[in-house]
Ligand binder design. Structure first.
Ligand SMILES: Nc1nc2c(ncn2[C@@H]2O[C@H](COP(=O)(O)OP(=O)(O)OP(=O)(O)O)[C@@H](O)[C@H]2O)c(=O)[nH]1
Ligand SMILES: [Mg+2]
Ligand SMILES: [Zn+2]
Length: 309
């Protein structure tokens, strides 16, 4: 029985890309799910590797879902190896608290992350810029060093100038990846710059609201010519900590992990416990203050969430 990847799910149909297909042709087989899936509460996801049977009308039936290596809930997608976390240097303004929140969620899934700063063409040179929302070259450099120091790969791009596009492609070689980030940061624009002939809908940010308006509305995996698959996703601005526990939060801050092993107490929350090495590291500047501030903030959010239920 043939195998393939579900690259799109829409209105009860699964679009399956045959495994051996020439990715540049990207001819998919339109499939229905097997009847028993519904009874067993099985939902095929975009990214699923499946077995399918071809039916007489040229369509098909997904008969089996192969074991998943990962499963994301938002966006709903399976078998992702890399999340490309996309933030624009400005428009919308770079929000490090939101960036750290996304990172916590991704670290919690265990999937690799590639950090991408878009719209580098909008960086300003002057440090005492009169427009406060603008981002300077030096400031982005500082932020890049911070996240590289933690161990993340950071790529700076401009879809407008076609800058950094090759670097992104290189990092996604052969992977199943997903673009995540706020609405309007330029995810679809970057994909258009990466894949020749692609023309995803993109949209200017509403000036009045100062944020994007969710131009991309569904999840779809697009073939990269180097053999990878990449998904554009609708941007989202709200994330909650439904899946992260207070005890697990520290472990989602990558640079805390090794240091926390030196804390006197196992399960130290780095609040007021004696002999807390994480707090020491913050005082010494080894851990960035912004990261620790966000840790404390998220910890409070998690505890408040618990109280509400
Ligand atoms: N100056 C500049 N503008 C860009 C760049 N990339 C995207 N934009 C603009 O930013 C706006 C939003 O781009 P999109 O690609 O639609 O953003 P998105 O992240 O896909 O947004 P959603 O689909 O709503 O999540 C558009 O007006 C783009 O023209 C860039 O590299 N430089
Ligand atoms: Mg989009
Ligand atoms: Zn501690």
């Amino acid at each position: 029985m043939p195998q393939g990847y579900i690259v799109k799910a829409l209105s009860g149909y699964y679009y399956v890309l045959p495994e051996e297909a020439d990715l540049r042709e990207a001819k998919t087989v339109t499939c229905r799910g097997r009847g028993v899936f519904k009874n067993r509460n099985i939902t095929p996801l975009v990214g699923d590797r499946v077995m399918y049977a071809e039916t007489e009308n040229g369509e098909g039936t997904v008969t089996e879902i192969l074991p998943r290596t990962s499963e994301l809930i938002r966006p709903p997608i399976a078998n992702v190896n890399v999340v490309v976390l996309v933030f624009s240097v400005t428009e919308p303004v770079l929000n490090l608290q939101l960036l750290d929140k996304f990172l916590v969620h991704i670290e919690n899934t265990g999937i690799d992350v590639l950090l991408c700063f878009t719209k580098s063409d909008l960086l300003t040179e002057d440090d005492d810029s009169s427009v406060p929302k603008e981002m300077t070259v030096a400031e982005l450099e500082r932020i890049t060093k911070l996240y590289e120091g933690i161990g993340y790969t950071v790529v700076k791009t401009s879809s407008k100038l076609q800058e950094g596009v090759e670097a992104i492609l290189h990092h996604l070689d052969g992977a199943v990846s997903v673009f995540a980030g706020q609405s309007g940061v330029g995810k679809s624009s970057l994909l258009n710059a990466m894949i020749s002939g692609l023309n995803l809908e993109t949209n200017a940010i509403s000036q009045r609201l100062g944020r994007g308006k969710h131009t991309t509305r569904h999840v779809e995996l697009l073939p990269l010519t180097n053999g990878g698959l990449v998904a554009d996703t609708p941007g989202f601005s709200q994330l909650d900590f439904m899946e992260v526990e207070a005890e697990g939060l520290s472990g989602c801050f990558k640079e805390f992990a090794a240091i926390a092993e030196g804390c006197r107490f196992r399960g130290c929350l780095h609040l007021h416990e004696p002999d807390c090495k994480v707090r020491d590291a913050v005082a010494e500047g080894v851990i960035a203050a912004s990261r620790f501030d966000h840790y404390l903030l998220f910890l409070t959010e998690i505890k408040d969430r618990k109280r509400r239920y």
